[in-house]
Design a protein around this ligand. Structure first.
Ligand code: CU
Length: 501
């Protein structure tokens, strides 16, 4: 076994790396109490700006730690002294849903992804009992970033199925720390969900808030692509390439959505304990429509204010606090935004209570935007004698295609397929073909409100296009004779008739 140790005076930083067939160790936390601009104290001032408070007081009594499953956290610690804190955590492997219709074999601490939340007070001596279920197929261990010691506990906690390992450590630095399995192949154990958070509360605890929740991001690598049904195996090649199929909060698509959303009432202060298990991706953590009043960046003790998005490294954390002032649904995202809308990293905070229309008005008006002013509405009426009223179908199709590409393609798409839930299709469209006059009127006047196209409901706005009668005839002729549609040509007389109705 090779051991490399680096010690810096005043024991502020101890970094240990262990390599063995089973273990890759971790680096313990750095000094969390430095304050920018503070005068250096102590003999190691050249390295660290302040000396940590190592006076934890006597260790009194013992108690069993309350563990909770995400998104809940145990109650704040109210005792004013350190204690012997006994933690019993069971490793359990099981198959569960990673998305609707998609199953995955998760390896867990406490039966959930992320694992059980552990809450301690600075100075506590933690007696850690790691149980590995007899049903497990693999040995596991635990590296807690709150541990100051080689491997963060990994070396002492390597546990075969059906065994329990015991070790103990003192939590000496307040903060929010990641724990994870560190059994080889380490990346695979983490990718299967083996991570969670252990909090070390400072003396006196954190300021009181109304709601506290536990979220943890992780990236997942499956044989099948996102959403492919059935039991999906772990894919090592994708993990090596760092191209996840899923990026998730709390271990599955929709874990914090709908009736599983976290909740608060208007006027309450919410504190989120947020971790990132990785194994690979860094999170750009953001709550849409909120600003973090207080941010304990990287889970340390320095507090920043008024932050929109915070980076959470793999194997790191953050504590964010904000007061919710208006009701609604606040979307929790990784602002590397394809991960949110295409890989699952989307949670919800539902806030109920009275509106405050000064803080946020909601939509006050919706009107057609005419960049060149209302006058254009009457502008392009080419006089009848200039227009060849006898254009052939082929002529109308050729001009209509150019008009379509310039005016319609962005919404209705190149092949007239539309955009699901947003813009209706023109291809094989029952709505378009059922009523020629109605289609002409839509182009003449625009369209707003609910319609049904090919059985699907749409409720969007199509602006008035301000085309000449000839061009209306051209573009309607084009769409009614393209994308699988087959009709006849639209004449100027039909456009004129539609205008007068
Ligand atoms: Cu493991």
């Amino acid at each position: 076994m090779n051991t490399i140790k680096l010690r810096i005076p005043s024991r502020n930083l101890i970094c240990a790396l262990i390599a063995s067939p089973f273990l890759i160790g971790a680096c313990s936390q750095a000094d969390q109490t430095s304050t920018p601009g503070e005068t250096p104290k102590g003999s190691s001032g050249a390295v660290h700006a302040s000396t940590p408070d190592d006076d934890f007081g006597p260790i009194i009594g013992e108690e069993h730690a309350v563990l909770t499953s995400p998104p809940m956290v145990p109650p704040p610690i109210t005792r004013d002294h350190a204690t012997k804190l006994i933690v019993d955590l069971e490793v359990e492997e099981h198959v569960g849903p990673i998305a609707d219709g998609v199953e995955y074999t998760f390896w867990t601490f406490g039966g959930t992804v992320p694992g059980s939340y552990i809450r301690t007070r600075v100075g506590d001596v933690v007696q850690f009992n790691l149980h590995n279920s007899p049903d497990s197929k693999m040995p596991h261990n635990i590296d807690l970033h709150s541990v100051t010691g080689p491997g963060g506990g990994a070396a002492s906690s390597f546990t075969a199925p059906g065994h329990t390992s015991q070790f103990s450590f003192q939590v000496t630095r307040p903060g929010l720390y990641v724990y994870h399995c560190a059994t080889a192949p380490v990346g695979m154990h983490i990718a299967n969900g083996m991570y969670g958070l252990i909090q070390v509360e400072p003396k006196g605890g954190l300021p009181k808030v109304d709601k506290e929740y536990y979220l943890m991001q992780g990236d997942f690598y499956t044989e099948g692509a996102y959403g492919e049904e059935g039991l999906q195996a772990f894919n090592m090649e994708k993990a090596l390439q760092e191209i996840p199929d899923y990026v998730l909060f709390n271990g599955s698509v929709g874990a914090l959505v709908g009736d599983k959303a976290i909740t608060a009432n208007v006027g309450e202060t919410v504190r989120l304990y947020v971790g990132n298990g990785g194994p690979n991706l860094v999170s750009s953590f953001h709550v849409i429509g909120e600003i973090f009043d207080n941010l304990y960046a990287e889970g340390g003790t320095a507090v920043n204010h008024n932050v929109q998005t915070t980076l959470i490294p793999a194997g790191g954390s953050a504590i964010v606090e904000f007061k919710v002032e208006v009701p609604g649904t606040f979307i929790i995202v990784d602002h590397s935004i394809f991960r949110t809308f295409n890989k699952g990293a989307l949670g919800m905070l539902t806030v109920t209570g009275p509106d405050d229309l000064t803080i946020y008005s909601g939509k006050q008006d919706d009107r057609i935007y005419l960049p060149e002013g209302g006058a254009i509405q009457t502008m392009p009426t080419t006089s009848a004698k200039e227009i060849p009223s006898t254009r052939t179908l082929e002529e109308r199709m050729a001009i209509g295609e150019r008009l379509y590409k310039a005016n319609c393609l962005a919404c209705h798409q190149a092949n007239g397929q539309g955009v699901p839930s947003a813009f209706p299709p023109l291809a094989n469209s029952d709505y378009l073909m059922a009523d020629k006059q109605r289609s002409i009127k839509v182009v003449l006047h625009g369209l707003e409100g609910p319609i049904k196209v090919n059985g699907e409901s749409f409720n969007s706005v199509m602006p008035k296009l301000n085309m000449s009668d000839d061009d209306v005839a051209n573009v309607v002729t084009y769409v009614r004779n393209s994308f699988g549609n087959s009709g006849d040509k639209v004449t100027l007389e039909e456009v004129a008739a539609a205008k007068t109705e």
